[in-house]
Write a protein of this length. Structure first.
Length: 234
């Protein structure tokens, strides 16, 4: 059987995951967000905003063994939990800096507190365009009321099932890969301090503007082909 698979270039044990957006406003929202990345308005700041929730403070039950010639670094399979934190982050796509805050939960109350923190750091006179996903806390009535009280802010929501369109997700992936995945955190405070150090080091090490390169028309065409393939199955 394996010889047949190999001869025909088949790998049935491998599965690629996908999720197509069913948002009826997919095209308009995609062009709106990509337009902010590619051609941001004058005298404005474009922020990609989201939260990374349930970051666990994990402590291994035994110390890991370091990397050495002929042996990969090791860690125990089991761990002790010391609580979780949620990181709210706003990526300034124009200069690559990050505004971040650790909070215990990720309800609309915490989101409003984070918006107030960002509002205090954005220079006066600048219009703020915030790119967000469709999480319920971002659309809560009290968040909308906050938005009405801050007319320089405009929210732009990505299409449903399109978190890949939110630039800050790349930062979250980098944080998980470089700091969290192999980290050992003996307390929640230890975890939060490590995240804050990562933020400070990233902002201090010559951050770069976010550069969107994908052609939105090719993305739209690919999504249409995907929907046609799904429709043909049903």
């Amino acid at each position: 059987m394996q010889r047949i698979w190999r001869a025909h270039g088949l790998a049935p044990h491998r599965v690629r995951q996908f999720k197509l957006s069913n948002d009826p406003m997919f095209v308009a929202k995609l062009r709106d967000v990509v337009g902010l990345y590619v051609d941001p308005p004058a005298h404005a700041i474009v922020l990609s905003v989201d939260e990374k929730s349930q970051i666990q403070a994990l402590d291994r039950t035994q110390p890991g063994l370091p990397l050495k010639k002929g042996r990969a670094g090791t860690m125990t399979h089991d761990y002790k939990r010391h609580g979780t934190t949620t990181l709210f982050a706003a990526l300034n796509v124009l200069d690559g800096t990050i505004i971040g805050r650790n909070m215990q939960r990720h309800r609309h109350q915490e989101f409003i507190r984070f918006l107030n923190a960002v509002e205090a750091e954005v220079p006066a006179g600048k219009v703020v365009h915030a790119i967000l996903d469709n999480y319920a806390a971002h659309k809560h009535p009290k968040v909308r009321a906050w938005l009405d009280r801050h007319p320089r802010w405009t929210f732009h929501f990505v299409p449903t099932s399109c978190s890949w369109l939110n630039a800050v997700e790349g930062f979250f992936a980098k944080l998980a890969r470089r700091r969290l995945k192999r980290g050992v955190f003996r307390s929640l405070a230890d975890l939060q301090a490590a995240i804050n150090r990562f933020l400070d080091e990233r902002n201090a090490s010559d951050p770069k503007p976010f550069n969107w390169t994908a052609d939105p028309e090719r993305t739209i065409a690919a999504v249409r082909r995907g929907h046609q393939a799904l429709d043909s199955i049903h």
